[in-house]
Design a protein around this ligand. Structure first.
Ligand SMILES: Cc1cc2nc3c(=O)[nH]c(=O)nc-3n(C[C@H](O)[C@H](O)[C@H](O)COP(=O)(O)O)c2cc1C
Length: 396
């Protein structure tokens, strides 16, 4: 239903996104996209690059007079630092006349943890820059722009998404799964590390400072919460239609995410069934439904289908792999031991990854929503959703 592709390199001229499958008549506000791009750029522990670029997505297709018109939406995010990279990233074999910026030496010492070694072997590249430029998480800016549009579609049908950082390095908030949507939405954006607990926030900042001073890096974890999600999105009928699997894949596809939990996630493995599963009680349900669930350990998904509770997903991020005190590696030109390459880099990017997590969640939920309530125009989508609610709520 909804699909997107991105193209472009970290230090190339621009990133490009094509988002296909949006119904016509969805209002698109460029400021909303800009706000999401700015949120991705924030966060304590980011590198110098975040200070130079103020990302802006130009809409170059699929939108007219502020609304989608049915065709694919095309977006371009220009590299604000392009003047410093024109020589290094020249597309032609000869550097064009008038190109600016340094002519950087080839990168030959792969960073453990990054795509450098595997990518150089896979694509038979002698300059690892050919690998790192596309493997870099700069690409997530394009995802956030696409996700901002998906989130607008969801907002139009009453679904909202937020996130908060649960852990940085060894510092974690307690009972992360009980942080309410309202608290995360109200507090996380005001925190330097997207943490809702001000005491823990300071410890997280200290953790990042300590890593920076040691020439090291830290990872962590964040939770994405979606509310207003109707029951019945996704399906248990085939492995590739299960929404838990689709959401996990989308989050795992974010750079450096190494595990995803749904609801209690891995914590549930050590609980007895009697304490894990969310009982189903009559009356008092949210949003007009006539049942309620006193707990939400399942994170809003049972059988790969949304169950009407908040969708709660936790993603775990490994530490950044570019270290200012580099690990041992080899030089691919000599195959002799050499310290890994140092590139301009973040010390911690967990708060930014949380914003990317929101975007990926929005893209998957919007896709699943359109599967259930397809329409060529938003008016059809609204009508399908309203009719479905009326029929289902008459019975449940
Ligand atoms: C928002 C964000 C920013 C990142 N910034 C950096 C960075 O500055 N330096 C770095 O080495 N890795 C950074 N990473 C992680 C790498 O992109 C990632 O480790 C690499 O692409 C290899 O992929 P993998 O870790 O998923 O195996 C970042 C990840 C995210 C999500």
């Amino acid at each position: 239903m909804l699909r997107f592709l991105t193209a472009g390199e970290s230090h190339g001229q621009a990133l490009v996104t094509i988002l296909d499958g949006l119904p016509a008549g969805l209002r698109i506000d460029a400021e909303v996209i800009a706000t999401q791009l700015a949120r991705r750029q924030r966060g304590y522990g980011r590198g110098r690059r975040m200070a130079i670029e103020a990302d802006r997505a130009e809409i170059i297709g699929g939108v007219r007079a502020g609304e989608t018109i049915g065709g694919p939406v095309a977006l371009i995010i220009r590299n604000r630092d392009w003047e410093n990279w024109q020589r290094t990233m020249a597309i032609t074999p000869e550097v064009p006349e008038g190109a600016t910026g340094a002519n950087r030496a080839p990168v030959t010492r792969p960073r453990p943890g990054h795509a450098d070694l595997a990518g150089a072997i896979k694509y038979d590249r002698s300059d690892i820059r050919d690998v790192l430029e596309r493997a870099s998480a700069r690409e997530t800016a394009a995802r956030v722009a696409a996700g901002a549009i998906a989130a607008e579609l969801l907002r139009a049908v009453g679904i909202e998404i937020t996130s908060h950082v649960v852990a940085i390095g060894g510092v974690a908030i307690s009972a992360a799964h009980t942080v309410s949507f309202e608290r995360a939405a109200a507090l996380a954006d005001d925190s330097l590390v997207r943490c809702v607990d001000r005491g823990v926030e300071q410890q997280m900042i200290a953790e990042i400072n300590a890593a920076r001073e040691a020439g090291d890096t830290v990872g962590g974890a964040f939770e994405v919460i979606a509310r207003g999600v109707p029951p019945g999105l996704g399906s248990y009928t085939h492995w590739d239609r299960k929404l838990d699997g689709r959401l996990a894949q989308a989050l795992m596809s974010i750079h450096a995410i190494k595990a995803v939990g749904i609801g209690l996630g891995s914590e549930g493995a050590s609980l007895p069934g009697s304490r894990m599963h969310d009982e189903i009680l009559p009356d008092g349900g949210a949003d007009g439904w006539s049942w309620n669930r006193p707990t939400n350990n399942a994170g809003g998904l049972e059988g790969g289908v949304t169950n009407g509770e908040e969708v709660r997903l936790t993603a775990f991020m490994k530490p950044i792999s570019t270290l200012m005190k580099p690990l041992r590696s080899i030089d691919l030109t000599t195959m002799q031991e050499a310290p890994a390459t140092i590139e301009r880099s973040d010390v911690c990017a967990v708060p930014a990854a949380a914003v990317v997590g929101e975007a990926m969640t929005a893209l998957v939920l919007a896709d699943a929503f359109l599967e259930s309530f397809a329409g060529d125009a938003m008016s059809d989508v609204f009508a399908a959703y309203a009719a479905w609610r009326e029929r289902r709520q008459a019975r449940f």
